[in-house]
Design a protein around this ligand. Structure first.
Ligand code: CA
Length: 466
């Protein structure tokens, strides 16, 4: 592909005879963020994109110079070596993509309201976004957000012209829903209706958000879980996914998936698998009888549906997409069932000891079972990525189920190989030991995966037994 990710610019590179790159500070999907010193001795943040297809629309948008408190207007926009740079003076903003889920209900609603307002303003100027990612959303020190360097789909010459249903809202609903607490069912359901196109315009969505404040903004949850995903330092695209879903009053499902199949493959497979397994498990849970066998059946049926959905999608598209899938079904906060296909893992951290619950369905995993390799040799083996079982490859799939009784204070870690492939288990255990708070633990684990090389997407979820 012509617009695959280029090499990033080395420190000291001079752009426009004005900006000297001081360092690459962040890689996110579709963007490099650099810090650069300019000839006025100030520090600037440069966002660089390389996908050519939306350059023109963005240039037109930029020339409109729209002013809104929720939109960051670049002080400079230019193209260098097929990369489009948007420049702003640097003032310690963060990125929404770096926030760890879950956020409080109140924060999710504030974000929804603010972003709906920004999109409504853009529509009133004829500007329509292609989609919204949390990498376009900057977080100010006071927690408010602003839009920067967005993906523009098109600009209507006549903003009054009634437009088709807003396509950005789907991505907005999706990105906000990810930040909902597993117990925030009403809020997650509301955001799911946004994804399915209930609201014709951002303004209509904004009004609906307004009505939710009284009912859900004040609800507090126990700080017992956290999740985050990161593209890593080398890959273009994040093909990992994660999700959690309340299945009933006393059951919840937690899922991590690692997709494969490249562009239009892996990220779709993992997203579909997570979405399907959560949906099916919710439907089945309402019918379930209370026995262990019934729980294992529920997991098995949910995996089969997720598997067949991905397989059907792969056949329709004519690709060979697939995904790993590991999940924890937690009942009454202590009775757990881990199930997996592939080499995304579930670990138990109990009494300062880390142990792997799931078994990897990989070539090297088999060799470890047979005593031909040690776990550490397998981890860094050149063929460590060859999987023996994946979701979406064959019509029927065998899953492994591991019952685990959780004790108070136990933690379960679900993660993709972008974590365990970069750092040894001892290091993972140390981080969990030193970070009892799941939120700081997931941050530190991703950071450690980067320091270990960051060669792959990394997804980390920690669930603590209350
Ligand atoms: Ca991976």
């Amino acid at each position: 592909m012509a617009s695959s990710r280029p090499e990033f610019l080395p420190n000291g590179t001079c752009l426009k005879e004005r900006y000297t790159i001081e360092g690459l500070v962040r890689i996110v999907e579709g963007r490099f963020f650099y810090l650069a010193k300019a000839d006025d001795a100030r520090l600037y943040l440069l966002s660089a994109r390389w996908k050519l297809e939306r350059f023109d629309a963005y240039m037109t948008f930029s020339s409109m110079n729209l002013q809104h408190p929720g939109i960051i207007t670049p002080t400079d926009v230019f193209i260098h070596n097929d990369q489009l740079f948007s420049v702003i003076p640097y003032s310690s903003e963060g990125l929404l993509i770096d926030e760890v889920a879950p956020l409080s209900n109140e924060r999710v609603l504030h974000l929804a309201q603010r972003l709906a307002g920004i999109l409504a303003f853009l529509h009133s100027s004829g500007v329509h976004l292609h989609h919204l990612t949390n990498a376009n959303i900057f977080v100010n020190p006071d927690g408010t957000v602003r839009l920067f360097d967005p993906e523009i789909s098109h600009i209507d010459e006549d903003p009054k012209k009634p437009s088709e249903r807003s396509s950005e809202l789907r991505s907005l609903g999706e990105l906000l829903r990810r930040f909902c607490n597993v117990d925030a069912e009403a809020l997650a359901d509301f955001l799911e209706t946004v994804e399915s196109g209930t609201y014709p315009t951002p303004a209509a969505f904004g009004r609906a958000v307004e009505q939710r404040f009284d009912a859900v903004a004040g609800i507090q949850y126990q700080p017992i879980l956290a999740a985050t995903t990161d593209v890593g330092l080398v890959r273009d695209l994040n093909e990992d996914n994660w999700g959690w879903s309340k299945l009933s009053k006393n059951a919840a499902l937690y899922v991590v998936a690692d997709g494969m199949g490249g562009h239009d493959g892996g990220e779709i497979a993992s997203e579909l698998a997570v979405r399907t397994i959560c949906q099916v498990a919710r439907e089945r849970e309402s019918l379930r009888k209370s026995s262990n066998e019934a729980l294992e059946n529920l997991l098995d049926e949910s995996f089969q549906e997720a598997n067949n959905t991905v397989k059907t999608n792969a056949e329709v598209k004519g690709t060979d997409m697939g995904t790993t899938l590991v999940c924890l079904l937690l009942l009454d906060e202590h009775k757990g069932f881990v199930a997996n296909v592939g080499d995304s893992r579930a670990y138990l951290f109990r009494s300062d000891e880390l142990s792997q619950i799931s078994e990897d369905h990989s070539l090297v995993g088999k060799m470890v079972e047979r005593g031909k390799l040690t776990k550490e040799e397998a981890r860094i083996h050149p063929h460590s990525n060859i999987l023996l079982r994946t979701v979406g490859t064959e019509r029927n799939i065998d899953i492994d189920v591991f019952p685990v009784d959780l004790q108070s204070g136990d933690r379960v870690l679900l993660c993709s190989d972008g974590l365990w492939g970069e750092i040894p288990d001892e290091k993972i255990g140390d981080i969990l030991l030193n970070n009892p708070d799941p939120r700081t633990a997931v941050r530190e684990l991703v950071h450690a995966a980067h320091l270990g090389g960051g060669k792959d997407n990394v997804t980390v979820m920690v669930i603590k037994a209350p």
